[in-house]
Design a protein around this ligand. Structure first.
Ligand code: IPM
Ligand code: MN
Length: 355
């Protein structure tokens, strides 16, 4: 098969982790006889520095022409600490999501049994926890009207959802739940927010169409607590943009490290595969960041963008073996000397080659 991908490494540790994921992608293509072509493009702070905008038209053009996008991370502290900056790296990510129509961000939360001891939760709570968070990605407070008034002393961000936006993401939630354990948890704040009441209303209308699936409604504050208290409660969770952002960072650490969770953003145009963590600027250039979330995002790319399941599987297996062999970066290494980003990547590439 021909695989034509765009590589957007971004900022901070982005280039290092994406390099490893790309090497793994190449190894898998070589093994299975796929023809891989790829092109790099700039985004984030890197793009702002070079051309003054975080998601240049050429980058978008490349994404549109590709079958999939492998994405690193964006963000730079020099913008975080400047609330008055007019252009921000994050706008690049949001523009990409909007322009590619990526309305669904799929974030699987899976635990590795060999890493359970790194979880802040007790073993019996987290061992076997396995759920998927489906985060709405192109609506809500991220994209509503925002601004300042009263000479800059009043600020607002509107949270807006249309019925169509809610319906399409809930539909995906139901389809997912149908393929898994048939339980959908709709997370909202319907006791306070009008937009959440629309979510709940639409979900209540749709639920009867999926009689084999149990629909459960949960307020977001309660959901934040339940993720810690009993993560095995969840099968598929569906929620709006910002709730999903927050809950998935929370969910990621119960697996032992934020450096492990991949994601797929899917929708109307080319799908994007990216780790859920950020650009970790403190580690940039040091070859210490954990590449596993990005490598696992490449696994999702094979599965979601190309329907190549065995290819995804071998990557997951290699990742699992690398953890078992203790070939891990400093965020999860214990007792033993940590391996570098590239060591971990090379180990995984070799495992795939020799398999
Ligand atoms: C994520 C990130 C982004 C988000 C930032 C970098 C804009 O936190 O992908 O979860 O908030 O969506
Ligand atoms: Mn986030």
């Amino acid at each position: 098969m021909k695989l034509n991908i765009a590589v957007l490494a971004g900022d901070g540790i982005g280039p290092e982790i994406v390099e490893q994921a790309l090497n793994v992608t190449k190894a898998v293509c070589a093994k299975f006889g796929h023809e891989l072509t790829y092109k790099h493009a700039i985004t984030g702070a890197t793009a702002i520095d070079q051309v003054g905008e975080p998601y240049p038209a050429e980058t978008h053009e490349l994404c549109m022409q590709s079958d999939a996008v492998l994405f690193g991370a964006i963000g730079d502290p020099k913008f975080d600490n400047d609330p008055t900056a007019k252009v921000r790296p994050e706008q690049g990510l949001l523009q990409m999501r909007k322009q590619l129509g990526l309305y669904a961000n799929i974030r699987p939360v899976e635990t590795f049994s060999s890493l359970i001891h790194k979880s802040p939760l007790r073993k019996e709570l987290v061992d076997g926890a396995n759920f998927v968070c489906i985060r709405e990605l192109t609506g809500g407070i991220y994209f509503g009207e925002k601004g300042r008034k009263d000479d800059g002393n009043t600020a607002f961000d509107n949270c807006v959802y249309t019925r169509d936006e809610v319906e399409r993401i809930l539909k995906l939630g139901y389809e997912y739940a149908g393929k898994r354990n048939k339980k959908l948890t709709v997370v909202d704040k319907a006791n306070v927010l009008e937009s959440s009441r629309l979510w709940r209303q639409v979900a209540q209308e749709m639920a009867p169409k999926y009689p084999d699936i149990t629909t459960e409604y949960m307020f977001v504050d309660n959901a934040a607590m339940q993720i810690i208290k009993w993560p095995k409660h969840f099968d598929v969770m569906v929620t709006e943009n910002m709730f999903g952002d927050i809950l998935t960072d929370e969910a990621s650490v119960i697996t032992g490290s934020l450096g492990l969770l991949p994601s797929a953003s899917i929708g109307i145009h080319t799908s994007v595969f990216e780790p859920i963590h950020g650009s970790y600027p403190q580690a940039a250039g040091k070859n210490i960041a954990n590449p596993l979330a990005t490598i696992l995002s490449a696994a999702m790319m094979f599965e979601y963008a190309f329907n190549l399941m065995d290819e995804g599987k071998i990557i997951r297996e290699a990742v699992e073996k690398s953890i078992e062999a203790n070939v891990v970066t400093e965020d999860i290494a214990e007792g033993s000397k940590p391996y570098s980003t590239s060591d971990v990547g090379e180990w995984i590439v070799n495992y795939i080659k020799n398999k």
